[in-house]
Design a protein. Sequence first.
Length: 325
Amino acid sequence: MRYIEIKIYTTKEGIDPLTCILMDMGIAGFAIEDAQDFKDFLNKKNSYDWDYIDESLMELKDVETNLTFYLEDSEESLKLLREMEQKIRELKERSDREASSELGRLEMISKVVDDNDWKDKWKEYFKPARITDRITIKPSWEEYQGEKHELIIEIDPGMAFGTGTHPTTSLCVKLLEKYIEKDKDTVLDVGCGSGILSIASALLGAKEVKAVEIDPIAVEVGRENVALNNLSDKIDVFEGDLTKGLDYKADIVVANLMADLVMLLSEDVAKHLKGKGIYISSGILIEKQEMVAEAIRNSGFKIIEILEEDEWCAIAAVLNCHVLS
């Protein structure tokens, strides 16, 4: 099958505004090549990055930061690309008016490819990644021996959204690390994607996890990843639209969605909390932080913590009728 490959060249600072443009246009699956990440890796920024490096990887030192995604080769896709070109042009004009070169050249280049050329190529860029002090995410096809204290999540995203390396995921995991009480708490993961937060919750000691996802393909991928980590006895992945029709209460509800969906979920989430009554949410741009926090407060919660990374934030809240010990 023929597809259109699109690359948008930018800088590290341009990744977040371009990500917002793509997601607003309904494009959630894309690969990011960050030149700084390659430099940090080649310079061995972290002691656990590598012990030996193949000389061929030195060619990566000149990579230019870009976002890559694919669309079906169709008239509808061409129309979407024209709209995207306009949005990128507007972003560039704004950057030029502010006399800022931080966003790079913001050039979009497209070409038609056959799916046999690229369908597995993204795997070259998905490597083991430490997302918190304790949790590392490892693709199923990579060999990795962690340190004694590490909790390793083995993942194969398949056609589901989420490799776990986005800041919104690491922010959620950091909050789960803080608030899960081992062998005591239950967790409800709303919009579980490939199952990373559910698996992290179980590894951190949650005694039971319910994971709900609207996409049937993601449900199957989530179940496969749960089995890959030998956690099928603790995690139940099922299909559903947020919490509609769900009769389940957990000590902690976690939702890594988008700002609008987090606010929508906040209206109903209290019905699905018990015990300590903690609600963790992310997928929220910092510019929308107060708007989302206000919606959460209006739904009967007290904000107890907000974490930020790059342009994103995660919010931890507790039901007003509950008191944390």
